[in-house]
Design a protein around this ligand. Sequence first.
Ligand code: 1GP
Length: 244
Amino acid sequence: MKVKKYLDNKLSQGAVHVTLIDPSRQEPEVAGRLAETAQEVGSDLIFVGGSAGMTQYTLMGTVDMVKRRATIPVLFFPSGTESLSLNLDAFLFLSMLNSGNTQFVSGAHAKIALVLKRLEMEIISAGYIMIEPGMKIGELGEADLVSRDNFWKAIGYALAAEYMGMNYVYLEAGSGAAQPVPAGMIRAVKREISIPLIVGGGIRTAIDARRVRQAGADIIVTGTIIENAGYRERLRSILSALKE
Ligand code: 1GP
């Protein structure tokens, strides 16, 4: 429970920021540098994963370099591949609640659960809810996307996650989405649940981050911004908006 405790402690102090690193987007050395910068500017956690194109080799290389350069916890963000790295601090057990394919809800999880137990891997569970546009992950996960104005549907899935005993609710607009999950939806969901709320997808600026945070997100995930030039400054401004 080390990472969960770390997160609980961080959450008691304010917003938590997560940097998502996709191993298929850069060489492991570069990923290590990105993780180091993320930690320097105040990111609290690293997720590694998120791409269907990832191989076991790139995943392991990336996690090793990230662990070498950063000391903040590194979690695996599963992405529908069979790859697994042993050098992780915890495994994010994401169930895509609005997938039409049971593999993404619980099937892939059942295949890997005993291995994770034998490895004594810390598990952090989240009900993963895909919101429009969903992007690649929504498509791959065969999600029945929640439309951006259907707050009731989002609330239903979020409460279902809580009642199923999951640690977190995760609202995902998809990596590279033109806009984040709508603030009104975040507010509506947050009002009904009593477990922490993770929000990701399409958060690129300090204004986006502040809006998502003020609407009620406890944990804010950004990915794409570190893949572009000027990422240090962008990340720094997002972090100062979140930690102000
Ligand atoms: C993690 O999918 C997000 O929840 C990351 O999205 O790449 O758009 O920041 P971005």
